[in-house]
Design a protein around this ligand. Structure first.
Ligand code: SF4
Ligand code: SF4
Length: 425
């Protein structure tokens, strides 16, 4: 059985136990133990909110460093559409592509191009009788994991199509094998340039029966610094490389881009993890039945706001708008007939199954059943009534209610509540 591998981690040397991250975690995955933050791997969705919250740089993301990549291999760069929003006054996408080739990548396959295939596949899926509405995009891995763990009744509404970065890896590898018969499959490695830690986790967590098409995931921050040295804006590189992506794929970098590209009026697009959770609550209670498609992004305003991207997400969004205008980007049509008959694109499109299906039940050890969980919750509710209800975080749990459940589950001592001890004293 495979285990989910997280990108987000705590550097205990830097952690001061200040509790800033404790209350920002949307799934209450963090506790402070012995004055250090600890992440519950079963609950964490790799949203990166704690990285944003930590002023001491103690919350970090692991990913493949550029220096660890073997550039003697046939490395294919897979730049996320958000990468193109990082540069001031960028008027042609080709400068970025050329810069990646200058860095030593042998090829570039734009994730935006794969996103255009996902758009067409989703349109076909939404028109098919098997689509369960409202269908929920499976492009953001934070949302997929959140649904799997906390909203399991919505799982069958996730669109069963590979996210663009995975499809890009698959298509890039197939193209390289076709065009370079001298290469063996092991010579070809795909490298996704990611704006967020969740996509690192996705690629590193190979679930049973799943094929991952991305070999390495590196940080957009690191690539950006190298690209700045390599991009030659004073030279006309249009003759050497041509961007294959159109306006539809590039629009995926910001919220509503994916949903609007479907040209289906009944859609809802939301971003920011707290807003997303509210929408999922509504979806679970069935109050959004008039909607066909839901696009949810953990980051605001979409992937451009990921914690591994160097530029403020709102500025990056503006830069992308300018790039689309200045480069005269158009819709690049796909060969729909090829997609419709092409199982090549549809193969292996199911999001991975996570093993921690009971992560949110937080059951006591040795009692892995619903009844035991309900009893624990009931006990915790009763205990929470006797707590000060200040949600101060001094006990190391994010709220009094979470602390009560920790005590019931044997993960904390009642005496850890400083205020209660004072009240009793
Ligand atoms: S924000 Fe969290 S990880 Fe950062 S120092 Fe404070 S307790 Fe530690
Ligand atoms: S990455 Fe998100 S879910 Fe994981 S511990 Fe940090 S805030 Fe919580």
């Amino acid at each position: 059985m495979a285990v989910y591998t997280h990108s987000v981690y705590v550097d205990p040397e830097r952690c001061t136990g200040c509790t800033n991250c404790l209350r920002r975690c949307p799934v209450e995955a963090i506790r402070i133990r012995q004055e250090k933050a600890v992440i519950n791997a079963l609950k964490c969705i790799d949203c990166g909110e704690c990285i944003r919250a930590c002023k001491h740089n103690a919350k970090r993301a692991s990913y493949d460093k550029l220096s660890d990549l073997d550039f003697s291999k046939h490395l294919i760069a897979l730049p996320a559409p958000s990468l193109f929003g990082q540069f001031n006054h960028l008027d042609e996408a080709e400068y970025v592509i050329n810069g990646l080739l200058e860095m030593g990548f042998k090829e570039v396959y734009e994730v935006a191009r794969a996103a255009e295939y996902v758009t067409d596949l989703t349109r076909i899926y939404l028109n098919s009788p098997k689509a369960k509405k409202p269908a929920i995009s499976s492009a953001c891995p934070v949302i997929v994991r959140l649904i799997k763990l906390r909203f399991p009744t919505l799982c069958d509404q996730l669109v069963p199509i590979l996210p663009p970065y995975e499809l890009a890896g698959k298509l890039a590898r197939e193209r390289a094998l076709r065009e370079h018969p001298e290469l063996s499959p092991d010579d070809i490695k795909t490298v996704f340039i990611s704006p967020c830690p969740a996509k690192v986790s996705w690629a590193k967590s190979i679930m049973d029966g799943q094929t991952v098409h991305v070999d390495y995931v590196t940080s957009m921050n690191d690539v950006y610094m190298e690209l700045l040295k390599k991009m030659k804006r004073d030279e006309d590189c249009n003759g050497n490389v041509v961007s294959e992506a159109g306006i539809v794929g590039m629009s995926w970098a910001t919220t509503s881009g994916e949903a609007a590209s479907l040209m289906n009026e009944g859609y809802l697009a939301a971003d920011g993890i707290d807003n997303v959770i509210k929408v999922l609550d509504d979806l679970e209670s069935g109050t959004l039945s008039e909607i066909n498609f839901v696009e949810l992004n953990a980051c605001s305003p979409g992937c451009v706001g990921g914690v591994l991207a160097p530029t403020n997400g709102f500025i990056a969004r503006l830069r992308l708008q300018n790039l689309r205008k200045s480069s005269g980007m158009v819709v690049k049509p796909n060969d729909i007939a090829d997609i419709e008959k092409g199982d090549r694109l549809k193969g292996g499109v199911i999001p991975p199954e996570y093993i921690e299906s009971d992560a949110f039940t937080y059951m006591p050890e040795g009692a892995p059943n619903m009844l035991a969980m309900m009893l624990a919750m009931k006990k915790a509710d009763a205990l929470a009534e006797k707590l000060p209800k200040k949600d101060c975080g001094a006990c190391g749990s994010p709220t009094c209610k979470a602390f009560a459940l920790d005590v019931v589950n044997g993960d904390a001592q009642l005496s850890d509540c400083v205020l209660r001890s004072q009240m009793e004293g």
